[in-house]
Design a protein around this ligand. Structure first.
Ligand code: TXA
Ligand code: MG
Length: 340
């Protein structure tokens, strides 16, 4: 369906599946999510099984109205309200104190719950028709790049879910910014399209957890943001990321080495790199980090589909959404889980 014109019949049948405890993938402005009734522990257990997701990684609960926030969260700090007023609907998830009615399955047993109102007409129509808050992790098999089209969802989850609502490609392309709010302190746990600078306009004291820049999470941070300890965003082929002023030369040299070893080498480069050839994807201009973000996961999936042995990636500046892009690329390039 058109992203701005939800088909009421399709929405009604997708909502009925969710009401019955089913699993329905749907588009948001960031990536496709895999939805389940957030208040139904059996449905959420099926969701974890379909994704192959570790049970200790909590879900983001998606809402269509401010009233639904109060169904899952309590004692909402004034600061969180200010962030909702400024950025919702939009790519910002807020970690808030949870209500007892939210099952442990949804929050992985934490006393907090992540909540977000997506800026996508189809997503909100589906949540509203369901009449329940909808838990929705990215609709990929755990560890893979998030899906930005319905075809990506089917490639990972066909046969494991009940339906996917197709409304074309996602506008943003990387997952939402996750912010923990405690009293008058806000901490960014995951970078996204709502940037640190945008948050600072509302909350001058906002801080960014070191782990949100793709660094290894400390034990303390792992407790606050359990998703960080798991390997993420990675295609099947190993990824090597090139940063810094000599990155194009280093990337070209690494390609030569790979080819000399008899490997098929895929490359993701900026238009300004001047690199061309088979298995080379000029993803976007260095001046357009939004376009880079939008195309990133689809490009990694495309190169996997070609069967390359290795993927070399030219990084971009950490301006704007570039910070989120580089975080995802550093994680994709990490060969092993950072902990456990
Ligand atoms: O853009 C998005 O957020 C997408 C779309 C579908 O909305 N969803 C998404 O969900 O990316 P997921 O499950 O792939 O990532 C959720 C992240 C994980 O890193 C998880 O650990 C963190 O949010 N999270 C969820 N609840 C949390 C909580 N109570 N405390 C700390 N981190 C939490
Ligand atoms: Mg995910």
């Amino acid at each position: 369906m058109h992203p701005d014109g939800p088909d009421p019949k399709v929405i009604a049948s997708a909502a009925a599946l969710l009401q019955g405890g089913g699993l329905v993938a749907f588009p948001t402005e960031t990536v496709y999510g895999l939805g389940a009734d957030a208040l139904d522990p059996d449905a959420v257990r099926r969701l974890f099984a379909a994704k192959g997701r570790p049970a200790d990684n909590p879900l983001i609960v998606h809402v269509a109205t401010r009233r639904q926030v109060d169904q899952v969260a309590r004692d909402i700090p004034a600061l969180a309200q200010a962030l909702m007023d400024r950025f919702w609907p939009g790519p910002l998830a807020l970690v808030l104190p949870r209500r007892p009615g939210v099952p442990d399955e949804t929050t992985a047993g934490l006393e907090t719950v992540a909540v977000r109102m997506p800026d996508h007409t189809v997503a909100r129509a589906l949540i509203e028709a369901t009449g329940r808050p909808v838990a929705a992790p990215s609709a990929n098999r755990s560890g893979s790049p998030s899906p930005t089209t319905a075809l990506h969802v089917l490639a990972d989850l066909e046969g494991r879910i009940d339906a996917v609502v197709d409304a074309g490609p996602c506008r943003v392309g990387v997952e939402s910014t996750v912010v923990l709010v405690v009293g008058n302190q806000a901490t960014v746990l995951r970078l996204g399209a709502v940037t640190e600078a945008m948050l600072r306009n509302v909350v001058p004291s906002v801080t960014v957890a070191a782990s949100a820049h793709g660094a290894a999470a400390s034990a303390d941070e792992t407790v606050r943001s359990p998703g960080l300890k798991h390997r993420h965003y990675a295609p099947k082929a190993p990824v090597r990321l090139f940063e810094g002023p000599e990155r194009v030369a280093a990337l070209s040299a690494a390609r030569e080495e790979g080819v000399a070893r008899g490997e098929r080498v895929g490359m993701v480069v900026t238009e300004e790199s001047g690199l061309h050839g088979p298995d080379v994807v000029p993803i976007a201009s260095r001046k357009d980090p939004e376009a880079y973000a939008r195309a990133l996961y689809g490009t990694l999936r495309h190169l996997d589909g070609l069967g390359v042995d290795r993927i070399l990636v030219e990084g971009i500046a950490t301006d704007g959404i570039g910070a989120a892009v580089m975080d995802r690329l550093r994680r994709a390039a990490a060969q092993e889980k950072t902990t456990g």
